[in-house]
Design a binder for this molecule. Structure first.
Ligand code: SF4
Length: 251
C-alpha cells in the first residue's frame, strides 16, 4: 500500500515537472486558462486577498474562468481584509467560499493556552496555524485535482525552491503558482493599471498580510515578509500551507 502511494507520488511529481517545462513559455493568463480546462470542475483558487491574489482574482474574472474561489477566515484577520473581501465580492460578483476553523478545536486551544500562545514557541505557532489555516484548507481542497496560489519566488527565502507546477504531497493534488516569476513591481503595475481592489494595509507599510496579531508593518529596507511572525527566523516563516519551510532549512 505504502509502495503504491510512493509510486503514485513519484509519477505525479514527474507529470508536474513535464507541465513545468511547458509553462516556461506560457503567460499567466495562458496557464490559468489551461489549468481551468485541464482540471475542469476540480480546480480551486485559494485566495488570501494579498496583492498577488488580487491579480489572479482579476484574471479569473476577466476570462470568466470556471475556477472555484475559496478563502480561509482564521478568526484573527485584520478588519481591512474583511473590507476587501466584501469589496471584491461586490466588484466581481464572484461567489467566494469561506472556510472557518472548527469551533471546538479553537475553543480547546484558547481555553488551554490562551489567545496568544503562538508567540511563545514555534511549535505553538504551528499548532495555531494548523487549527486556523491548514485544517480548513484541507477541507477546501478535498476532492479537487489542483489548486492555484499567488506565491512569488522573491517573497521569501522559503519560496525560492517553488515551481510553477508542483505535486503537493500533503494535500495530494497539483499546485499551480502562475505568478512565481513576477516581481513586486509587476504586481503593483497590474493592480494600478486595471484598478484592482487591494488591502488598505498595503498603503501603511504592510507588503504581506496575514492574521492581525502575527503581522506588523515593515521598516524601509526590511524584507517584504519581515512583518510576518517577526519574532521567528526567516527560514521558519511559513504557516505550513505551502510546505516549503522544511525543505529550505536544508539549504
Ligand atoms: S498566523 Fe498567527 S493567528 Fe493566524 S493562524 Fe497562524 S499563528 Fe494563528
Amino acid at each position: 500500500m505504502k509502495i503504491n502511494n510512493l509510486e503514485n507520488i513519484s509519477a505525479r511529481a514527474k507529470e508536474a515537472e513535464s507541465y513545468n517545462q511547458q509553462f516556461e513559455k506560457k503567460s499567466v493568463e495562458m496557464i490559468l486558462v489551461w489549468a481551468a480546462e485541464k482540471f475542469a470542475g476540480k480546480i480551486v483558487f485559494a485566495c488570501s486577498f494579498g496583492a498577488e491574489d488580487m491579480v489572479i482574482m482579476d484574471l479569473i474574472y476577466k476570462y470568466k474562468l470556471p475556477i472555484e474561489v475559496i478563502t480561509l477566515d482564521t478568526g484573527r484577520l485584520p478588519g481591512e481584509t474583511y473590507d476587501l473581501i466584501e469589496a471584491t465580492e461586490k466588484k466581481y460578483g464572484l461567489a467566494i467560499s469561506v472556510y472557518y476553523p472548527q469551533t471546538s478545536t479553537v475553543e480547546k486551544l484558547t481555553s488551554e493556552k490562551g489567545l496568544f500562545s503562538f508567540r511563545e514557541s514555534i511549535a505553538n505557532r504551528k499548532e495555531c496555524c494548523q487549527i486556523r489555516k491548514i485544517e480548513p484548507l484541507r477541507r477546501g481542497l478535498a476532492g479537487k485535482k489542483a489548486w492555484i496560489t499567488g506565491i512569488r519566488k522573491d517573497q521569501s527565502v522559503t519560496r525560492t525552491i517553488a515551481q510553477k507546477m508542483e505535486f503537493d504531497e500533503a494535500n495530494q493534488l497539483f499546485k499551480i503558482n502562475p505568478l512565481l516569476d513576477w516581481s513586486e513591481e509587476m504586481i503593483w503595475e497590474y493592480i494600478k493599471e486595471k484598478k484592482v481592489p487591494y488591502n488598505d494595509l498595503h498603503e501603511q507599510g504592510y507588503p504581506s498580510i496575514g492574521c492581525q496579531p502575527c503581522t506588523r508593518a515593515i521598516k524601509k529596507g526590511e524584507d517584504i515578509r519581515a512583518g510576518r511572525w517577526w519574532w521567528e527566523n526567516p527560514d521558519q516563516k511559513e504557516c505550513g500551507l505551502h510546505g516549503y519551510c522544511k525543505v529550505s532549512k536544508k539549504s
